[in-house]
Design a protein around this ligand. Structure first.
Ligand code: CMP
Length: 148
């Protein structure tokens, strides 16, 4: 099992697509281990996207990501990083495959609905950006028992 980070971006939050996106990932066998709504400050967004500093889309990306809340989600399954990237689709929705989250919900390369960690090392760096270890909860997949 592997954990990765999904961020539902401001465009998808404000268009009320959160439940649909979570439904897609859970139907693909991902289990939610941690979830929170938060809003990036400029300094947090600059740190999170440090690798893109200097690129032409950097300034509008920071402006967009700080414009409204995001929903950060730790999800787990086998081959989570690779599988989530497939389910999310390419950065630019015009190039994203039919059935992917970005094909359905993204407007363009900036307003692209979600972020997914691009490697296991990125996931390991990005998850603690939002969550303490104690906030990530394990649970077993099973028929839930009757509590007496
Ligand atoms: P994300 O998965 O969050 O990682 C980096 C983000 O930069 C990416 O999604 C896009 O939102 C943004 N981005 C990357 N390339 C472009 C581009 N060519 N134009 C606009 N935004 C981009």
């Amino acid at each position: 099992m592997e954990k990765t980070l999904l961020i539902i971006k401001p465009d998808a939050v404000c268009e009320n697509n959160t439940a649909d996106i979570l439904g897609i990932v859970t139907k693909e066998g991902f289990r939610i281990r941690a979830i929170k709504m938060t809003r990036f400050s400029s300094s947090q967004a600059s740190r999170f996207y440090a690798e893109h500093k200097g690129k032409p889309f950097y300034a509008p990306l920071i402006k967009f990501m700080t414009s409204n809340p995001v929903i950060a989600v730790v999800i787990e399954r086998k081959n989570a990083v690779k599988k989530l990237r497939e389910v999310v689709g390419k950065t630019n929705p015009a190039e994203a495959a039919i059935g992917t989250i970005r094909k359905k919900y993204a407007r363009d390369g900036r307003h692209n609905a979600v972020h997914a960690s691009d490697s296991l090392s990125s996931a390991k760096r990005e998850i603690p950006f939002f969550f303490k270890t104690s906030e990530i909860k394990d649970w077993k997949y099973k028929d839930y028992p009757v509590i007496k």
